[in-house]
Design a protein. Structure first.
Length: 203
């Protein structure tokens, strides 16, 4: 329901995870295997000399500065721009309006109901259920129309179809109060919180 680039996020997280794993393995090998340390010293020295030679070969005529610094600065600016664009794509699709209708009554005007009304009402109705370890409700804009996404974390042993039916009844009651049927996505998942949490609640 969101415009968040989840596939791109997974790819970037995978690349970052592989890099961190490679760095960790290299550090362990450097600390425990002497031949790896010897190879690292030889390779790093050669790489540093190659870098210095590259900067020496790219100096401006008659000046000690290298134009590689300009290239690196431009590449850094482009990278920052890409990161800002990537961050701006996170969480898109959220909406704060559940109903927006024109009322041609005695005093004509627009009637708007905030998405927070539905979110708080459903959260309050689901908060005291002992068969749920957690519940979140959010309003999204799907192709120009508001919709609700209800994410549930049932405890072990709870029948998902019965839980979905009971939540659907709550949504139907909300539709009657609001006066408009709202599309709803009910997501029933499981996680560590579901497996290890107890049914009792300490307040």
């Amino acid at each position: 329901m969101t415009a968040t680039p989840s596939l791109l996020n997974r790819i970037l997280l995978g690349i970052l995870g592989l890099k961190l794993l490679a760095v960790g393995i290299l550090l362990v090998l450097l600390a425990t295997v002497p031949p790896v340390g010897t190879w690292w010293h030889a390779w790093s020295g050669s790489a540093w000399r190659s870098v210095n030679q590259a900067f020496d070969n790219t100096r401006f005529p008659g000046r000690p500065e290298s134009w590689l610094w300009i290239v690196m600065a431009l590449a850094l600016v482009v990278l920052i721009g890409l990161m800002v664009a990537w961050i701006a794509q996170q969480g898109k699709g959220r909406s704060n309006v559940l109903v927006a209708e024109y009322d041609p009554g005695t005093v004509a005007g627009d009637v708007r109901i905030s998405g927070g009304v539905a979110e708080q009402a459903l959260k309050h109705a689901l908060a005291e259920r002992p068969d749920l370890a957690g519940a979140t409700v959010a309003t999204y804009d799907v192709q120009g129309s508001p919709a609700l996404k209800i994410r549930l974390q049932p405890r072990q042993g709870v029948a998902p179809h019965l839980l979905a039916a009971e939540v659907s009844a709550l949504v139907d009651a909300l539709d009657q109060v609001v006066g408009k049927q709202t599309p709803v996505l009910i997501h029933i998942g499981a996680g560590a919180r579901t497996r290890f949490s107890r049914a009792e609640r300490v307040r």
